[in-house]
Design a protein around this ligand. Structure first.
Ligand SMILES: Nc1ncnc2c1ncn2[C@@H]1O[C@H](COP(=O)(O)OP(=O)(O)OP(=O)(O)O)[C@@H](O)[C@H]1O
Ligand SMILES: [Mg+2]
Length: 600
């Protein structure tokens, strides 16, 4: 009993969620379409007129054969001439209007897509680390590619085909009833099996569409996982197993696609068959009526012309229905990304710094990446301006987390992190980025020259300053040895830098930025001993008049610190000068002893 209730609750919850999702994507659609509503109305009007022209043709033919022709034989050429002119005008009118509305829909579609593309980029770029660390890059790429493409497929041709198809069927129905109600009844009668057929198609294709999208996602995930982890794949000889798995998934995907094609095939064949049956019935019924003189040959002709194309839009409807399913799923996913709110928000009235002094404080901070796992339970720390602090501790102790909180990639769940006594949540983002610089293990370089990458630290800087910064941290020698020296493009083959070289470039960048607070998180981990020595010499100058936090596993880096903090499970367990801690009996002295022994 209770499980039943719970199940019902859950399904209610799901229903509510999917209602919200639908509302969210509807709102997005409205916001995209609203600015274009004038143009859309104009396009729909054009479609209406062009389809009216399209159904005019057979009516003119009926008139020409049954009314104008006898008059021409009787010596009055005027009705004949009128029919010819009317037919030509209708044909040309339809052609021109179709061309115009195709252009207009393309323009509307591209405007909508461009707008959406820009919105996705702007928004995902604005979203914080919290989003990017959980939403994989593969998913973001899908939003920008597959999802936009499936929307494009729908808006480019699907929608106008759908509208013109439906309008055409309605107009033909009106025209044929106006011309001859009996023929109209025959055609409408055939709509009954067509409707049943389409209902079947909808049911099958909805099921198959779901299956096909989960299967295609599986294929993609397997591909991306294998290729992004290619080093591990090759190192552990996983190729054959991965290939077998991939082939199985790709085979499943093919099977679904084949079933989908089969369903389409049934729809196409059946509508053609029904169309032909309708024509046959009309030939029979109207043929007898022509013989007994109740209708003219013209009416027979016109009814056949109408019947011939009457069912064509059904096939289009089937195709559009499928691209509609894909597009609405895509729109739901895109609206999901767009509705993500950045958790770290810029203050509405930010505090500006001329230049921060560099006093850092954690006040009763607690923080976890999710509500279940607390990383920092209750963390308080004061680092006076100008101090060089070494932060050591076991893997997973929370060192990087402390750095991320200082750089305000995240906000604490409670308590406050302060720079110069001001809560980071109130500090202007641009000032914080200028005054607090973080150099990490994964030194990221942007496409462009080495010089550009160093200059990132201080936009608009001169070449001489760039080179001076590189010299100061000992990166100058290797940069000069690159194919184009400072102008070497780091994204090109030959310009690819090693992990250690990248770290040196980001050191030069930090040196040039000259921030009040510098955080080095494993920043020398990829350097060899001589390069590390060079950086350490540079650190003496680099760290002299600023606050610095050095996170390092290699204890050699720690010796230049004024103060060492040992972190354990998000808590500070030792705090003192390197000399004090080394001579003591705590964790650090043991670590230090082990390290010294390893050197001998
Ligand atoms: N993006 C994240 N999402 C969820 N949990 C995370 C995330 N980053 C870190 N954690 C967790 O937070 C804890 C502290 O991680 P943190 O990266 O601060 O450790 P660390 O002291 O820098 O370790 P290391 O010496 O290995 O760099 C770990 O238990 C880790 O599992
Ligand atoms: Mg770390």
């Amino acid at each position: 009993m209770s499980t039943e209730i719970r199940l019902e609750d859950r399904s209610n919850l799901n229903k509510q969620q999917s209602r919200e999702v639908r509302k969210r994507s509807r709102d997005l659609l409205v916001s995209l379409v609203r600015p274009l509503r004038g143009k859309i109305a104009a396009t729909v009007t054009l479609i209406l007129i062009s389809q009216a022209f399209a159904v005019l043709g057979p009516l003119v033919i009926a008139y020409a054969i049954d009314t104008a022709l006898p008059q021409v034989f009787a010596g009055n050429a005027l009705p004949g001439a009128v029919s010819v002119v009317a037919y030509i005008v209708a044909a040309i009118g339809e052609g021109v209007l179709v061309a115009v509305f195709i252009r207009m829909t393309a323009k509307i579609a591209q405007t909508v897509l461009l707008n959406l593309r820009q919105r996705i980029f702007r928004h995902t770029q604005r979203l914080g680390l919290e989003f990017h660390e959980s939403y994989t890059s593969g998913k973001i790429i899908s939003r920008q590619t597959n999802d936009l493409e499936s929307l494009q497929a729908l808006v480019n041709s699907g929608l106008s085909d759908l509208v013109s198809g439906v309008v055409y069927m309605v107009f033909v129905t009106i025209a044929i009833f106006a011309l001859d109600p009996t023929s109209g009844l025959v055609l409408v009668m055939f709509l009954v099996p067509v409707a049943a057929l389409f209902a079947w198609f909808r049911r099958r294709s909805t099921v198959l569409y779901r299956e096909s999208s989960t299967r295609s996602a599986k294929v993609l995930v397997q591909f991306v996982e294998t290729m992004t982890g290619i080093r591990a794949v090759q190192a552990f000889r996983r190729e054959r197993r991965n290939q077998a798995k991939y082939e199985k998934l790709a085979g499943d995907y093919r099977d679904t696609n084949l079933s989908m094609m089969w369903v389409f095939g049934v729809l196409f064949v059946s509508t053609t068959l029904l169309g032909n049956l309708a024509m046959g019935t009309l030939v029979l019924v109207n043929g007898f009526r022509v013989i007994d003189g109740s209708i003219g040959v013209g009416v027979l002709m016109a009814s056949l012309l109408y019947a011939r194309q009457f069912f064509d839009p059904i096939d289009t409807l089937g195709e559009v229905y499928n691209s509609f399913q894909a597009a609405s799923a895509s729109l739901e996913k895109i609206s999901g990304v767009l509705s993500e709110e950045p958790t770290v928000v810029e203050p509405s009235r930010p505090v500006h710094f001329e230049r921060a002094i560099g006093d850092l404080r954690f006040e009763h901070v607690s923080f976890g990446y999710d509500s279940e796992h607390i990383v920092l339970p209750e963390f308080s720390l004061h680092i006076p301006a100008g101090q060089t602090v070494a932060l050591v501790g076991t893997t997973g102790a929370g060192k990087t987390t402390i750095a991320k909180l200082l750089a305000r990639f995240y906000d604490p769940s409670s308590g406050s992190v302060q720079l110069d006594g001001i809560d980071l949540r109130l500090v202007a983002g641009t000032d914080l980025r200028r005054d607090l610089v973080m150099v990490t293990q994964e030194a990221y370089l942007f496409g462009g020259s080495v010089a550009d990458n160093i200059a990132l630290g201080k936009p608009g800087v001169s070449r001489a300053e760039i080179e001076a910064a590189a010299r100061a941290i000992g990166a100058d020698v290797f940069i000069r040895a690159l194919p184009d020296g400072y102008d070497t493009d780091v994204s090109k083959r030959g310009g690819r830098l090693s992990a250690g070289q990248r770290q040196l470039v980001s050191f030069a960048r930090a040196f040039l930025a000259d921030p009040a607070v510098l955080i080095l998180d494993e920043a020398t981990s990829s350097l060899d001993i001589p390069s590390e020595r060079a950086v350490q010499d540079a650190l003496d100058t680099l760290l002299s008049d600023r606050t610095a936090i050095i996170i390092a596993h290699r204890l050699s880096t720690v010796e230049i610190a004024d103060r060492v903090l040992v972190l354990e499970g998000g808590r500070i367990v030792e705090d003192g000068s390197p000399a004090e801690l080394t001579s003591g009996t705590g964790q650090f002295s043991q670590l230090h002893k082990a390290w010294r022994e390893s050197l001998v």
